[in-house]
Design a protein around this ligand. Structure first.
Ligand code: FAD
Length: 610
């Protein structure tokens, strides 16, 4: 296996539990073990805490010891691209030509730095796969069993107890490997201004939708839980809290899953600091194994990439090779192995083994934008004296009781909403953050915690229509990063833009009551002057970002840009599969990691049954 993130870590652990011999190659090291006063990256000393503490998740994504910085293009057009204030032509003396896209090159992959939000995808996401493959095992009802299998829900004690008696209407999982907890501390709601934000937002969103009767029922059934099957099944809209993948309010990801599995199943071998460079194939395109380079920080996405070349090694598989390098790296690895679009491979003199145009094509993401408000007080009281270090009252509270604002990821409340352009499930996810968040750029994590009197409503457009993005190669050197262009708004752009604008107007309505109470001093971004469709549209085009890159080795027919069969096999090859964010034909739900965990559980089942 290659890659230990959400996809790879989940499959590897399940296969090992079933007695299979699994060797997992991971390009990075263990993020909690990288330590020492290495002058090259001083933030290594913060690492165990950046990793563990939910409120430090932004620091984790910028921790130099484990991050891979991708700089991606949102547009092919230079003029449009350069209107984004987050665009960098050069960074740290290197030409980068793009916008920062954080990734984690470490044990656990992006589960080592993500914001830990777990929101189940929509049933319609699965129905679509069932439809294009003709495989009923992908229907929403059947896919939910994987959610139940992986989750260990810890925030519904009553339902946990009822489930033991055989009554489980929420269809949460209670015995899985992935703990889920609810973080927003009730204590925080004792704070008046924060309580106002939550209550005003809930009531404004409640009355905005004009279907109060439905919402009331959903409220009492689910108590704002987005992963309650009864709401998932009905594609419900309304207010929600955000469950986090933490155990005792400490980050839990595939790193923990793998290390805990390995302790009981020594047939799982983790080979760290192992950068796969290509898949070894025989004359019939059967995958025999993987060639890799052994050494620390070999990938050039690392901000302190090693100047050494690493030691070349090979490993052979007795059964099959599974790639799980993520939406940028799995297609890169396939292309380096001669599997991909001929037009991309030939300029780099890579012999074409399988001309597969779907590899690297179909790149998708969501559009996200922040409506940033400065409040009329110096700091939220939950942040009083906060320094976002181990030397403040909030950290001491987290350390002593695993509670307080550091047990959260900064998110207070979310609202699921249907925009006017959708007929399917809610396509807008609006999330209130107690922070100033304008997207990803170098140093963004420090900026977030500098001013502690901001409220950002992040609007996230789900089920985007654009499938024009692409990952191609920048060279034939496996240590180089691929070339990435999302080609924002190229397809279905007008409708998606309309939806995002609707989201901005909606969250402005949610904050209008706070304005009347003079709790908000100023809307800093986009700023009240930006009001017309045209101005808001330009603001969105120039500032939007995403962080759920996916769909670059999609399941689907080969002649329709598909790269994989319904059982994750790479078209035109044998004994080779991909299991990560790349596999979706269309980007699922609102937050992608739940869907990746689910497909990985399915993949393990399929592989074991083969
Ligand atoms: C800042 C940030 C916050 C996020 N927050 C959330 C959130 O709250 N909720 C949510 O649902 N999603 C979130 N996401 C997205 C989510 O975490 C990722 O989409 C998901 O982890 C991707 O899983 P994956 O298995 O496809 O790849 P990854 O998790 O990225 O794992 C890929 C692994 O493969 C390794 N690898 C790559 N190439 C090679 C190679 N050649 N050889 C060996 N190893 C290799 C990498 O080092 C990495 O460990 C966030 C993303 C970011 C950037």
């Amino acid at each position: 296996m290659v890659g230990s993130g959400a996809g790879g870590g989940t499959v590897a652990a399940r296969l090992a539990e079933a007695g299979r011999s699994v060797v997992l190659l991971e390009a990075g090291g263990d993020p909690r073990k990288l330590s020492g006063a290495d002058a090259a990256f001083p933030s290594v000393n913060r690492l165990p805490k950046d990793y563990d503490v939910p409120a430090f998740n932004a620091f984790a994504s910028e921790n130099e010891a484990m991050k891979w910085d991708f700089f991606v293009r949102h547009y092919a057009d230079n003029g449009q691209q350069q209107l984004d204030p987050k665009y960098f032509r050069e960074f740290q003396g290197k030409s980068v030509d793009g916008v920062l896209y954080p990734r984690a090159g470490t044990l656990g992959g992006c589960t080592a730095h993500n914001a830990m939000i777990l929101i189940a995808p929509n049933n319609s996401d699965w129905e679509h796969i069932a439809e294009i493959t003709g495989d009923p095992s992908w229907t929403g009802e059947r896919m939910w069993k994987y959610f139940e299998r992986l989750e260990d829900c810890r925030y519904k004690p009553l339902h946990r107890w009822l489930a033991k008696l055989g009554y489980n209407p929420t269809r949460h999982g209670w015995k899985g490997w992935l703990p889920t907890e609810q973080a927003m501390p009730m204590a925080a709601l004792r704070n008046r201004s924060l309580r106002d934000v939550v209550l005003e937002s809930i009531s404004s969103s409640f009355f905005d939708t004009r279907q109060e009767d439905k919402q009331l029922r959903w409220f009492f059934e689910s108590l704002l839980d987005p992963n309650d099957w009864r709401l998932v099944k009905q594609e419900a809209f309304g207010s929600r809290f955000t469950p986090l993948t933490t155990r005792n309010h400490t980050r839990f990801g595939t790193r923990e899953r793998l290390l805990e599995t390995q302790r009981q199943h020594p047939n799982l071998r983790l080979e760290l600091n192992a950068l796969a460079t290509h898949v070894l194939l025989d004359d019939n395109n059967r995958a025999l194994g993987v060639e890799y380079l052994h050494g620390e920080r070999l990938y050039r996405g690392h901000s302190h990439a090693s100047s050494g070349a690493g030691e070349q090694r090979r490993i052979y598989a007795s059964k099959e090779v599974i790639l799980a390098g993520g939406a940028f790296n799995s297609p890169q690895l396939l292309m380096l192995s001669g599997i991909g679009p001929r037009a991309v491979l030939e300029p780099f003199s890579i012999p074409v083994r399988v001309d597969l145009p779907g590899v690297g094509a179909n790149l998708q993401d969501r559009y996200e934008i922040g409506v940033v408000n400065r409040m009329n007080f110096p700091a939220w009281s939950v942040y009083k004296n906060a320094k976002f270090s181990t030397d403040d009252p909030q950290y001491r509270q987290w350390q002593a009781c695993r509670s307080g604002v550091y047990a959260t990821n900064g998110s207070v409340l979310t609202v699921f909403k249907r925009s006017p352009v959708t007929e399917g499930p809610p396509d807008l996810f609006c999330m209130a953050l107690l922070a100033k968040f304008e997207g990803y750029y170098p140093g963004y994590s420090r900026a977030i915690v500098q001013d502690l009197n901001y409220l950002t409503w992040v609007v996230l457009k789900g089920h985007t229509r654009n499938r024009a993005g692409q990952v191609t190669l920048s060279s034939a050197d496996p240590r180089d990063m691929p070339r990435i262009n999302f080609r924002y708004f190229d397809e279905g752009g007008d409708l998606d833009l309309k939806a995002v604008i609707d989201g901005i107007r909606f969250v402005r309505k949610l904050t209008s009551a706070l304005e009347r109470q003079e709790l908000i001093q100023e809307e800093v971004l986009p700023g009240k002057a930006i009001e017309s469709d045209e101005d808001l549209g330009a603001f969105v085009r120039n500032n939007t970002w995403g962080h759920h890159a996916s769909c670059t080795c999609a399941i689907g027919p080969r002649d329709n840009n598909g790269a994989l069969t319904a059982d994750f096999r790479v078209h035109g090859t044998k004994a080779l599969r991909v299991v990560d964010a790349s596999v979706f034909p269309r980007i699922p739900g609102f937050f992608i990691v739940s869907a990746i965990y689910m497909i990985a559980e399915k993949a393990a089942e399929v592989i074991l049954a083969a």
